[in-house]
Design a protein around this ligand. Sequence first.
Ligand code: APR
Length: 551
Amino acid sequence: MSADKANTKGRAEENISATQPGWALPSEKPHCSGEACLGAARQEEFGKPAPCPPEVPPLKPSANHTVCVQVSAVGLGIVLPVQTPNAAEIWKSDYVKMPFANHCRQTRTVCFVRHVEVIRWLVIKAALNKDRFESSKHLENAIKEYNQKYAHLWRFSGLHQHFDQLPDSERQYLLGTLLPGMAKLALQLPEQCSKPIPLLKQRRAHAITMSQEQIACLLANAFFCTFPHRNSTQPNSEYHSFPDINFSRLFANFSQRMSEKLKTIFCYFSMVTENMPTGLVTFQRCCLNDSVDWRRSPCKLTQLRVSSEGRIEEEEQGELQVDFASPMVGGGVLGSGLVQEEIRFLINPELIVARLFTEKLADNECLVITGAQRYSEYGGYSDSYRWLRCHNDETPRDSWLRRCTEIVAIDALNFRNPMDQYKICYLERELNKAYCGFSTADRVILARHKPAVATGNWGCGAFKGDAKLKALIQIMAAAQAQRDVVYFTFGDTALMRSIKEMHQFLQGSNVTVGRLYDVLEKYSRKALGVSMGRDLYEFIRSNVACPKGRI
Ligand code: APR
């Protein structure tokens, strides 16, 4: 065993003893005990965690921050929508095109012969304004009333099968209570959302703050597929670079996944129609203005806690929680996808509304969402995902009335050829993407605190990345952003040990981010020159101590 390894092993042993069961502070529920958790055991070893609620600057609109509620009222704890006169006259390409816009028209056939053009919102109101829906077919027909162009294309067999397999009492609750309540919520759109909602387009660093009630109203419209111009899948269509928002795809084919998704979504709507939350949520698109000179970074590694148990969303309040995103935020949440991002968007459904206004993320961009509330508890993953019950989120709110839950959507590269991920150009892309998500330098809204990043095998599932490499990339990006890291290996205890031991070795060797980048660059050349026989971490151990250029 090389000297380095013996040395590391010794340190690893020593560190594990520091994390025996019971290390968690009495007030903290231990994420894990003993062997399942390695690293900085106590919060103070992490450096001061952000207070929750964190201090935030006073809420006020600006050139790059659209606030959809009356700011003065928020100070009094009251949430009132901003009222914009003649909102129905607004129809601009830089703003969300609202279903109630007068520009939105459709042809109605009168007495079988005459075709009359009417304002589409009137058709929507007539179709949805019901005390009850007789069946899911009745719901299908209502949705098709104002989506005639797609009436022959859209299928609802998944929705019907979901309703058919429900116990009668649940079906009657949906048809007689929940769906009419959701329709009523959707029809409040002109009153709730008269302030134009800007599109968060690429290269446009901008924030939107809106109320949970406004989000619920927008999501109810998405459920009933009322958003215009959002259904075409043509590559050159107006919103081809935006995620879809209308729920029509979700209704098409029945599967256990689709059924569990609907249960999760109905749980959200039942909670908000029965007891509307009164807080705000902020969505901010951040663009990395200056990419980092990784080769010359003097930053030292920050603290790391690795756990093979637990999930990011169960992390302590106040951490920056990573969404393993698609560049089209939300990924397959309205389709068949059901891994980390889709699950997060289902249990915190206010995240889904980001699909309405967030254009595809570029390589140097991320989306930060502050305040998204959790409404469901779940078990399983992917095919075994099951909605369990509604969740009462008691996370404290900050002075903007937002839950202290900060989520950052960063999309890793999807490697069709896993060998590509070792190319320095892709390594650098992933470093910049993670740094964009973790840094506060390019935030639209200033952040005074830098709590730890709660992350895991980012880009290592659907996107087929190497977890050991991705862990290092995130550790380097967090160091550059001066944030500690809480890393969940999602049950992989061997990976937990490897990452922790590598981190201890690097910290013990006083390695800078720049030095580590240099070694990765050398590895990149060797990896691509020879077979990938040499383990990445073994290569780093053998070379990090070599003088620069001597590898
Ligand atoms: N907490 C911690 N770790 C998790 C969690 C969780 N809640 N859920 C999953 N993981 C771990 C698992 O080990 C998983 O294999 O993260 C790994 C990566 O998860 P993926 O969702 O597959 O992430 P990624 O590889 O980045 O693929 C992203 O999948 O969900 C879609 O829209 C998303 O298109 C995007 C793609």
